[in-house]
Design a protein. Structure first.
Lengths: 197, 197
């Protein structure tokens, strides 16, 4: 009998607009939990503490930084965002897989301390396709779109730091490939104890 | 678009009696080829050159050893057995996956020169179960069975040199797990070229 009692830490990155969020939601199950980020920004209407985010004030967040309670954190537009370690560790110890949907800088910080994680980079079928998707949202000016595409190019250059490429041509293909990766990772000798008696 | 133009070299080992042969046959497909071994033993009735084995005389085999045309070789009961490199390389270059069903010593020799291979160790559900299967064949004396079981224990100690454990509780489960491993391995960044333009 082969046992792997600890869940997988799945770190899923990729350029913005590639469809990470949809893929991660599809992967969610009783055994596979989406990590909940912490932030100091104000909750938007309908957002719930502990579900969409853990909402903290600045002082609490800075204490969490000081006490190394975050796996990674960053500041955007005057607000803090981060990944609380306790939630992730609890789930992994219970044998649940945990998904972190996270941009490349954060993923690289996590990789330094968690080489046992599974690092997956989601790719668009092509840059043209990605541009179309971002334009299709209709929420951004042409300049903003150009600036986004420049960022996409920077983000793509981190792909080689990951273990797996998954192309998001169709959500169901990407999800099925990630499930295969999870099955393979759970079969890794380094994660398993074989009990044969 | 993600490309991996080279096939996977799948090295499948495990204790004798564990069911490697049945699993490998199930994995065979137009894209996944079973490697054909070379030997100096006489063909048995119905065995074909190039299908069951490549049958060579001793001199030819020793020339192949001298010219490094074998990925590994060994001598058992006065006959040579080995894995011809050219066949495997041809298939991999054509983008076919190649399966080597091979005992642990041979697998370890191949691993030294082919770290890019995928090393899978098939486990029985339990040692008792394996003993039952070997006894079930009805071809061996109790002493031979004991000696086999001692060898199984030695072979199992090599498990940690492999990348993946696959339990052969049911052939279809083992085959499905190996297919997931192949899908994951083909998604590995180190094997892929991402073409995004």
């Amino acid at each position: 009998m082969i046992r792997n009692e600890r869940g997988l830490l799945l770190v899923i990155s990729g350029p913005s607009g590639v469809g990470k969020g949809t893929i991660c939601k599809e992967l969610e199950s009783p055994d596979t939990i989406l990590s909940v980020s912490a932030t100091t920004r104000q909750p938007r209407e309908g957002e719930e503490h502990g579900k969409n985010y853990f909402f903290y004030d600045k002082e609490t967040f800075e204490n969490m930084i000081a006490e190394d309670q975050l796996m990674e954190w960053a500041e955007y537009c005057g607000n803090y965002y981060g990944t609380p370690r306790a939630f992730v560790e609890d789930m992994l110890n219970q044998g649940k897989n945990v998904i972190l949907e996270i941009e490349v800088q954060g993923a690289m910080k996590i990789k330094q301390k968690h080489p046992e994680g599974v690092y997956i980079f989601i790719l668009p079928p092509s840059l043209q396709e990605l541009k179309k998707r971002i334009e299709g949202r209709g929420t951004e000016t042409p300049e903003a779109i150009e600036s986004r595409m420049a960022q996409v190019t920077r983000e793509l250059s981190y792909g080689s730091e990951y273990q797996y490429y998954v192309e998001n041509d169709l959500v169901e293909n990407a999800v099925s490939k990630i499930r295969a990766i999870m099955e393979a990772e759970n079969a890794k000798v380094a994660r398993c104890t074989a009990e044969l008696l």
